[in-house]
Design a protein around this ligand. Structure first.
Ligand code: HEC
Ligand code: HEC
Length: 401
């Protein structure tokens, strides 16, 4: 039983804490609704990484260790020099600072930072993959990224990672390491077609398991605490934010625009500052004249993917594949729609947008302020009419993240 005196002291503390927060909010002009929005954007509301029933080893420590080694393995590439870490550099928020990434060749989009990616519903700017493990298979066979083939991946695993692989997934069948893939060059496709259905299935299984180990590692890459998280934690604990937890008045004004006049929270919400969804925001094409239709084209791709949640290499029961089965198909919405990126750490990783089209954050703010029409499909944005001071405040807030 709690003694009355102690209970009184606890209530007294809680009340004086609430008062400190109250006076702080009053003096900085934050209202209750803004405090509630701030709470929903802070790491305090981040839930555990959701289970992935399509990946049996998603949280297996041995798979995490194998996945980390494979993530950094340059042997899984055509020239022996490209790994996932080439374009996803740990010290750079797991991205590469380039508008278009460079592996064996040059990609047509910007590399995405990976912290918090275990929470993503769809992968890539257009969401053409429905799990982290299926995503990892894409770059391995992309001619401009690793430039490898799935048969070579299987051969490399058998030669260099046999023991950790077999401990997790069971005995490896004998390997034919001729470059063969249904997605490769004409010669690689012919080599693939020449294999028996059983050989193809064995290779696909090793390939999928390679992705599952890499995914297990990626699930451990969690978002880091930023100044905004410390600020909100202090307020929620009933303390006036000071020192490390303090924000300047300009930064607080910027948050209010982010949550209010700027309507940024319509799409950049939750503790990762993304709604995990796709929007056309009228971002122009890069110099490259090829029009990228974004999510519109990805709908059919994710559905046809043999490595999706409903496919033969998934460990999930069909009932566990709700994200894929009930995916939104509003085609008119998805022309040139791209995934809202997380804004955590955003000030430290220019250039911005799906092909690095905007070099700086002031240019991004100007893009939202003007809301230009889209080169195809329709932008969801409306001009904001921000003043010079409001733009400066918004910029200051983005730097806090
Ligand atoms: C040549 C550079 C390059 C290499 C190598 C590379 N990536 Fe990427 N990564 C990218 C680019 C560019 C994108 C965005 C591509 C797109 O949307 O089409 C991306 C996107 C991703 C995403 C999606 C993140 C999200 O939020 O949706 C994940 C996860 C990822 N890569 C993991 C990996 C893994 C795992 C490997 C190694 C097997 C790898 N990447 C190899 C450049 C690279
Ligand atoms: C309608 C949804 C929507 C709204 C509203 C919105 N964003 Fe975005 N945001 C996106 C999408 C989608 C992208 C990626 C667009 C692309 O690459 O084509 C993006 C990209 C960004 C980026 C680039 C991040 C990166 O890693 O490249 C920044 C910064 C950003 N938004 C900030 C803001 C700010 C600030 C506001 C409010 C003024 C805002 N956004 C409002 C959806 C939205």
């Amino acid at each position: 039983m709690i003694r009355p005196l102690a209970l009184g002291a606890v209530i007294g503390l809680a009340v004086s804490g609430a008062m400190a927060t109250y006076f702080y909010l009053q003096s900085n002009g934050l209202n209750e609704a803004e405090l509630e929005t701030a709470r929903t954007l802070s790491l305090a509301t981040l839930r555990a990484v959701p289970a992935d029933p399509s990946n049996m080893v998603a949280d297996n420590p041995a798979a995490i260790a194998l996945g980390e080694a494979l993530f950094n393995e340059v042997g899984l590439s055509a020239n022996g020099a490209v790994s996932c870490a080439t374009c996803h550099v740990e010290s750079r928020q797991f991205q590469d600072d380039l508008a278009l990434s460079k592996g064996i060749g040059t990609t047509s989009r910007r590399a995405m930072p990976l912290r918090g990616v275990g929470h993503a519903l769809w992968l890539f700017w257009d969401g053409r993959k429905d799990s982290l493990w299926a995503q990892a298979l894409g770059p391995l066979e992309s001619a401009v990224e690793h430039g490898f083939t799935r048969s070579e991946v299987a051969g490399y695993i058998a030669a260099h990672y046999r023991e950790p692989y077999e401990n997790l997934f069971g005995p490896l069948p004998a390997q034919n390491t001729n470059p063969a893939s249904p997605l490769g060059t004409a010669a690689q496709q012919a080599a693939w077609a020449a294999l028996s259905a059983e050989q193809q299935d064995q290779i696909n299984r090793i390939f999928a398991n390679t992705g599952k180990a890499i995914a297990a590692f990626e699930r451990t890459l969690l978002p880091l605490e930023n100044r905004f998280d410390r600020y909100v934690s202090a307020l929620l604990a009933g303390q006036a934010p000071t020192g490390e937890a303090a924000l300047t008045q300009l930064e607080i004004d910027g948050f209010k625009i982010f949550a209010g006049k700027g309507a940024c929270v319509n799409c950049h919400n939750g503790p990762r500052l993304t709604d995990e969804f796709f929007h056309n925001t009228g971002v122009a094409s890069p110099q490259n004249p090829v029009v990228d239709f974004g999510r519109l084209e990805a709908l059919a791709q994710v559905e046809a993917d043999e490595f999706n949640c409903l496919g033969p290499y998934s460990d999930a029961a069909p009932a566990q594949c709700g994200t894929l089965r009930f995916m939104s198909r509003g085609e008119h919405l998805f022309e040139r729609a791209f995934k809202s990126p997380s804004l955590r750490g955003v000030a430290d990783r220019p250039p911005y947008m799906h092909a690095g089209q905007l070099a700086t954050l002031p240019l991004v703010i100007e893009h939202y302020n003007r809301a230009m029409p889209s080169i195809s499909g329709h932008t969801e944005l409306e001009p904001l009419g921000l003043t010079t001071e409001e733009k400066a405040a918004l910029l200051a807030f983005l730097k806090v993240l």
